[in-house]
Design a protein. Structure first.
Length: 150
């Protein structure tokens, strides 16, 4: 094998290496293009999801604003509503309820509870019962002045 044979082998090897680099380059470009296409499709899908979320947000904002407009006149009664809830909780814990038959201390007069009176301020509160006695007379007493009638 002479010099000419070596040049042919070197030429073939060089051509093969150049072909291999070119093939790898185009293959990587094709892979990058498919990855780019996949990412573009994913971005389009994300954009459509963003559009859907924006429309849902707009719809919920309209709903919230319409509910706010309906509830606006009643917002001033929030404190009253809370006070009524506290009153009902306190009433549930009381030993005597409306219509219960009781005995008044110290004279053991029989009566029936006609009203529960609750009141107070941030520093003080009170609970009293209005008891209907025989003859239509009413008496306002503290819970400690009552016992259950037999």
């Amino acid at each position: 094998m002479g010099r000419q044979g070596r040049l042919i082998i070197i030429g073939l090897l060089g051509g093969g290496v150049i072909f291999l680099f070119g093939w790898l380059y185009f293959r990587s470009n094709r892979m990058l293009q498919t990855e780019r296409d996949r990412l573009d499709a994913e971005i389009r899908e994300l954009h459509s999801q963003i559009g859907q979320w924006k429309s849902k947000e707009l719809q919920s904002r309209k709903t919230r604003d319409s509910l706010s407009a309906v509830l606006q006149p009643y917002l001033g009664y929030e404190a009253l509503l809370r006070a009524n809830m506290k009153r009902d909780e306190a009433y549930a814990a009381l030993p005597f309820k409306y219509g219960d038959k009781v005995l008044l201390l110290p004279d053991s007069a029989r009566g029936m509870i006609s009203e529960v009176i609750m009141g107070g301020n941030p520093w003080n509160y009170y609970i009293r019962y209005k008891v209907m006695l025989k003859g239509g007379k009413e008496s306002e007493v503290y819970p400690s002045q009552l016992i259950a009638a037999p």
